[in-house]
Design a protein around this ligand. Structure first.
Ligand code: PEP
Ligand code: MG
Length: 324
């Protein structure tokens, strides 16, 4: 399948109407790094750092992590890597951490909630990232932020880490971007000041959709009931795009839907300009984007909305016929 898209690997994901959609890759393991070359990705839009913690049976040392992160940045050359701090707890239990027994782990003590309540590991991780950057630009993203004060507190941790490193004589990145994942509906309604405070937002569609429809992403039976192209969900996403555009907040989408050509086309049509996906999806997504006019597709979506369709999928599939 990769060969099929080899001819467009180095071409931009430019639509017929001239919009350039940035396609980045999701990663988490060293084994993903060769894909930076082979997929034609424009950087790493989501580096899931918890994978390095999950594949071993002891807490990784700071120096070890720093070396790993440096290798990731080296592989990305001058392209950005968005390092997401640990998204663990509840279901993703580290064998070397005390498990908590929670009835609803996905809505439980996870990600930034753990990072703020027990900041030791997050501090170590931030320090490792700053050292790995060795003065190069650094992009950090906090997972599962549900309200502004969580981001403010996490960012303060980052500032403290930078100050500590500076005092210790380590080079500090000249460019630092600190953003949040938008994975809970609450953030879509956060005050304007939150949108101004973050350097960027990335929609984690896997979690966002699960909480929007109240349908467990791990439960096939209920997950399949709700289409990502459901009009309510698209309206919701369009609202987020609008707020980010109005408040000048850079926005991307990094859930699995970004890597599905039909969904990716719709995300671009409602205004997303950066999509991050598994490397193998970049070819197929780019191929469809290069064949469509976003204005036309947006009209299809909006027409379906005005006639009261539940999902825009049938009409979108009709529009995409012969283009997939
Ligand atoms: C998401 O929730 O969409 C996401 C990208 O994060 P993860 O899949 O790791 O929860
Ligand atoms: Mg998530």
């Amino acid at each position: 399948a990769q060969e099929r898209y080899a001819s467009i690997r180095d071409k931009p994901a430019k639509t017929l109407c001239g919009a350039h959609i940035k396609l980045k890759m999701n990663a988490g393991l060293m084994a993903d790094l060769p894909s930076l070359e082979s997929s034609g990705a424009e950087g790493v839009g989501l580096f899931r750092t918890e994978l390095q913690f999950l594949i071993r049976n002891h807490m990784p040392k700071r120096a070890e992590l720093s070396e790993l992160y440096a290798r990731v940045m080296d592989a990305a050359k001058d392209q950005r890597v968005v390092f997401r701090t640990l998204d663990i707890g509840s279901d993703k239990v580290l064998p070397y951490m005390k498990a908590t027994d929670e009835p609803n782990p996905a809505m439980g003590w996870r990600a930034i909630r753990v990072g703020l309540d027990k900041p030791g590991v997050m501090r170590m991780q931030l320090q490792a990232l700053i050292r790995a950057a060795r003065g190069r630009p650094l992009t950090i993203m906090f997972p599962f932020v549900a309200q502004r004060d969580e981001f403010t507190a996490a960012r303060a941790e980052m500032d403290k880490a930078l100050e500590r490193e500076r005092i210790l004589g380590h080079p500090i990145p000249e460019v630092i971007e600190v953003g949040a994942m938008l994975e809970t509906p609450s953030l879509a309604f956060a005050p304007d000041s939150f949108y101004s405070e973050v350097d960027f937002l990335s929609v984690g569609g896997n979690d966002l959709k699960q909480f929007f429809f109240a349908a467990d992403r791990e439960n096939e039976r209920v997950r399949r009931r709700y289409d990502t192209l459901n009009v309510s969900f698209l309206n919701f996403l369009e609202g987020i795009v609008y707020r980010c555009a109005t408040l000048d907040t850079p926005l991307s989408f990094c859930g699995e839907d970004a890597g599905r050509p039909v969904e990716a086309a719709c995300l671009a049509a409602i205004g997303f300009r950066t999509l991050s996906m598994r490397p193998a999806s970049i070819g197929p997504v780019k191929s469809v984007l290069r064949r469509i006019d976003l204005g036309e597709l947006r009209d299809v979506i909006h027409a379906e909305r005005s006639v009261g369709a539940q999902s825009v999928r049938p009409a979108v599939m009709e529009y995409l016929r012969g283009k997939l």
